[in-house]
Design a protein around this ligand. Structure first.
Ligand SMILES: [Zn+2]
Length: 455
């Protein structure tokens, strides 16, 4: 055990000196004669020590698993091979419930739980390098993610290394995010609906003032009220959607309660004016909540780009830069051919990984996963960038609901102190991950016979 402590310290120091990439800790231990699977735990500890020393922040809520690896088992009846977490107590086949037996076939071996595992008992957190961002947000972040079992975390770390080499990710973060909630009325005929619309428009200033008074709590302000109409069968619909700008927070709760109250006020106004309506509601569709639509105006636009001299890029690719541009276009059109309106590539994995690791609301980052990718040549440089049009995020554990200490710990260690930094880091990570993936595909390094899963 003494030996192991020395190994951990050695590895940790090698990482600090820049002689050992943190994701090579497992390989370094095997080279020193530590046997698999005993090398996984000290590798995770060495990496954790490296992160703690380099950030000056300690992990206190997130624990390192003693057996951070997968173990292969097989069902004797139906032959299914299971890679189960080494801590798993239920060793029965999920299909036939037979007791599993250790698998000793040709692919037998232990595999890491997740690439570059650092901490976490339920969400497995990996280290995926550091990223420098500049522009609207200027700082360095340590990236921690909960991205799943594959090699993605290492690919992401590699992408960050490439982006940093060329000066980091230049980010643009919109100063305010959008939030929206809609009130809706159903009428028996068009004439009543027209009267209602005119009455609401005539009283709009005081209805809006009520909403503004409530959303001021999160620094938000109504910037637009949109009227829209539709009908189905005997029903005539009127939508009145309130859009507010909000500098911090996601403000979903505040806009919901305030528009709800505004609806009650509007009901009274309509009744006083003698306007008949069949139903007064908050229609959930129109405001765009969780709706991946090009006209969804919730969230914040954020982008990140990097400039790389064309000659460096061509050397790296081993082919003309035009081939890289052609690939980006081919990929983009592929998505359009499916009828989808935005790209969602590796970014979707990276974005959900960050939401999961930080536990930032909304936990289902569906709309935040929309992205655009662009690439062009300008003044001898390849410019490669990503744009995330609708990132919904509220970082604080307060008015928007609780956030577990583990999520707060991940943000503290990453260096994220507010929602703009969260968005800047998110875009920079997506840039790095997508850039690495696109480059590797164009270099024909991925999806080949030589590259297999780890297990
Ligand atoms: Zn079975």
């Amino acid at each position: 055990m003494n030996d192991i402590s020395n190994f951990i310290l050695d590895l940790h120091q090698d990482m600090m000196r820049g002689n050992l990439p943190p994701w090579r800790a497992e390989a370094a231990l095997l080279e020193r004669g530590v046997e698999s699977p005993d090398h996984f735990y000290p590798a995770a500890l060495a990496r954790r020590g490296y992160i703690e020393e380099s950030t000056g922040e300690k992990f206190s809520h997130l624990q390192v698993m003693e057996k951070p690896y997968l173990q292969p088992w097989q069902c004797p009846k139906d032959g299914i091979v299971y890679n189960l977490e080494a801590q798993e107590m239920d060793l029965s086949c999920t299909v036939c419930r037979s007791a599993l037996e250790p698998y000793n076939g040709p692919l037998a071996g232990y595999a890491p739980l997740v690439a570059s595992y650092v901490v976490g008992l339920e969400d497995y957190i990996s280290y995926c390098g550091r990223i420098t961002v500049k522009g609207d947000v200027d700082r360095d972040f340590v990236n921690l993610t909960a991205m799943g079992p594959g090699m993605s975390a290492i690919g992401l770390a590699r992408g960050c290394f490439l982006v940093n080499r060329y000066g980091g990710a230049e980010v643009q973060v919109e100063p305010v995010a959008g939030t929206a909630r809609c009130m809706g009325y159903v009428f028996a005929d068009q004439e009543e609906r027209r009267k209602a619309r005119d009455t609401i428009q005539a009283n709009l200033e005081r209805i809006k003032a009520l909403v503004n008074e409530r959303v001021a709590k999160v620094g938000a302000e109504v910037v637009q009220v949109e009227f829209d109409m539709d009908s189905f069968g005997p029903d005539y619909f009127l939508y009145i959607c309130f859009y507010a700008d909000v500098p911090e927070y996601r403000a979903h709760g505040e806009i919901s309660w305030s528009v709800g109250e505004a609806r009650q006020m509007t009901d009274s106004i309509l009744k006083e004016a003698g306007v008949d309506f069949n139903l007064s509601v908050i229609p959930q569709g129109y405001d765009g909540d969780y709706k991946p639509s090009p006209s969804n105006r919730r969230g914040r636009r954020v982008s990140a780009q990097v400039r790389i001299p064309v000659k460096d890029m061509e050397k790296f690719l081993g082919k003309p830069v035009d081939r890289f541009l052609a690939f980006i276009e081919m990929d983009r059109r592929g998505v359009e051919k499916l009828g989808w309106f935005f790209y969602t590539g590796m970014g979707a994995e990276i974005i959900s990984g960050l939401y999961k690791a930080t536990r930032v609301n909304p936990r289902m980052p569906l709309t935040a996963c929309l992205e655009r990718i662009y690439a062009f040549v300008d003044k001898g440089d390849l410019v490669y960038g990503v744009e995330l049009p609708t990132v919904e995020a509220g970082v604080w554990s307060s008015i928007e609901g609780g956030m577990p200490p583990t999520g707060r710990e991940v943000m503290r260690i990453m260096g994220l102190t507010n929602v703009r930094e969260f968005c800047a880091n998110l875009a920079a990570q997506v840039l790095a991950g997508e850039f690495n993936l696109a480059s590797e595909i164009v270099r024909e390094k991925l999806y080949s016979k030589q590259v297999n899963r780890l297990y």
